[in-house]
Design a protein. Structure first.
Length: 495
């Protein structure tokens, strides 16, 4: 059965993979790699090849910086209202092409179509939000305390930005960076993950159609990211690095950027705790757990990684979660009734299997799942583990898959201590009917984002980011996201 035959309904508009993968996008042109090499884009549902895209070189990286630099003065001078209208048009075109984009995401990423549709809507919203923010960038005017001069603060575009995005949300992670950068008046070079480049190229065509001038957005795919990114960062015209990915890679990029004193925004790894207190609404907590754990089949930095459940409600929660997880349908992401698609690669499956086996060796009890299935594709079943030891590797390591380990706790302070016992601090989830307790615990947890009685924390209108080893800076929000792409200039005057 072909990919096209798997998709329902039969008349769904399919993405044109040949058109989508037609080249690197540099200076408004589609071009081959300088070396002529190609990258295979693999369908994680089958292990087969979907398409090939160019494998960018150092020469291509230099060309992208030249293009961004040439486009920068004009884009910087473009009136905010005009930039706003272009961003708004990007939003409208993304919604108009939502079926195509969702199908494309499911094909190259593996996520269930319903998840992919949600991602497209979320990704498009960053263009609408920043279209509205583009015309609200204001400065400051004050009298110096001495009374001898006036203080004027002007906010200006930071310059050319290198944006590096991961494979798990190939649309949303790109638009969350591109939209505020363009709203601020910056030009950008996007390096998407080589596992999921097709979405980035499809979006580049949409930006062009929406009126984004050539050179303002450039897209490079490469299997040799170290030299390519180093080349871009070493160019003195590049002034910003925004990265979403693992903490390990983030540390390497920070070290590289520090050589050139480049401003950095880092959204890194997570190890999110999910706290359920005895007084929680059990059904609401289970509903939230399914969202927090199974969004994108658990392949999300905000995914609930550690379930801490108070003793009196522990057994009922464990049974309820196991019942719900075991009822999920595992299958190809493009099948309409799939709940849990494949993981991104065989390596990802092997990591999940290793973590589950380690937990079982240390006394964990499997309530559902727990075994890698045979056959083609990179699948792992929804899994719930009880009696998980705090010494298990998954207690400290991001699982990035559909596995829910449950730990028991007794007191509020114990729950807080367990939640904070990690080097990460991106997101956390708290369920309790006691609002005072909820706010108290939320304040005490070391994380950049807290979902209180909610299973979903992300929102384009809210600042997204973490503390500790989970990153630097914020994306989204009323002013936080766009501020990452601007510099404050102070002017002293006596008039």
């Amino acid at each position: 059965m072909t990919i096209a035959q798997q998709i329902t309904p039969p008349n769904r508009h399919l993405p044109d993979l040949d058109a989508t993968a037609r080249g690197l996008y540099i200076d408004g042109q589609w071009r081959p790699s300088h070396s002529g090499r190609q990258i295979d884009v693999v369908d994680p549902s089958t292990g087969g090849i979907l398409a090939t895209v160019p494998d960018a070189t150092i020469e291509d990286a230099r060309a992208s910086v030249d293009a961004a630099a040439a486009a920068a003065p004009s884009w910087r001078a473009t009136p905010p209202r005009r930039r706003s209208e272009i961003l708004r048009r990007c939003f409208e075109l993304m919604l108009d092409r939502s079926d195509m984009l969702a199908t494309l995401i499911s094909m190259e990423n593996g996520k269930a179509l319903r998840d992919a549709r949600g991602e497209v809507a979320y990704a498009a919203e960053f263009f609408r939000w920043n279209a509205e923010e583009a015309v609200r960038i204001s400065g400051e005017f004050a009298i110096a305390p001495s009374g001898t001069n006036r203080i004027i603060v002007d906010y200006q575009p930071i310059g050319i930005c290198l944006l590096i995005t991961p494979w798990n949300f190939p649309a949303a992670m790109a638009t969350r960076k591109i939209a505020p950068a363009l709203a601020a008046g910056c030009t950008v070079i996007l390096k998407p993950a080589s596992e999921t480049p097709l979405t980035a190229y499809a979006l580049a065509a949409i930006y062009e159609e929406a009126g984004v001038p050539k050179g303002v957005v450039n897209v490079l795919t490469t299997t040799n990211p170290g030299p390519v990114t180093s080349t871009v960062l070493a160019d003195p015209r590049v002034r910003k690095l925004s990265f979403t990915g693992s903490t390990g890679v983030g540390r390497q990029l920070l070290a590289e950027a520090s050589k050139h004193v480049i401003s950095c925004s880092m959204e890194l790894g997570g190890n999110a705790p999910f706290l359920v207190f005895d007084d929680a609404d059990l059904d609401a907590a289970l509903d939230g757990a399914m969202i927090a754990k199974m969004r994108n089949a658990g392949e999300a930095c905000t995914a609930a990684n550690r379930f801490y459940v108070q003793s009196q409600i522990h057994d009922a929660f464990a049974k309820g979660l196991s019942d719900r997880m075991s009822a999920l349908k595992v299958g190809s992401g493009v099948e309409a009734d799939t709940d849990c698609g494949p993981m991104i690669t065989r390596k990802a499956v092997d990591k999940i299997s290793r973590l589950v086996d380690d937990a079982k060796d240390k006394g964990a009890r499997v309530l559902c799942g727990g075994q890698t299935p045979s056959g083609s594709g990179f699948f792992y079943p929804p899994t719930v583990l009880a009696n998980v030891s705090a010494e298990s590797e998954m207690a400290q390591e991001e699982i990035f898959g559909p596995v829910a380990p449950i730990y028991r706790f007794e007191t509020e302070q114990e729950a807080i201590d367990l939640a904070n016992d990690t080097e990460y601090g991106l997101a956390a989830y708290v369920y309790t009917r006691d609002l005072a307790r909820g706010l108290r615990v939320s304040s005490a947890i070391e994380a950049g984002m807290i979902a209180l009685n909610r299973g979903l924390v992300s929102d384009p209108a809210a600042p997204f980011g973490g503390v500790k080893q989970s990153g630097l800076g914020r994306e989204g929000g009323q002013h936080h996201g766009i501020a990452e792409f601007m510099e404050a200039k102070y002017i002293a005057t006596s008039f």
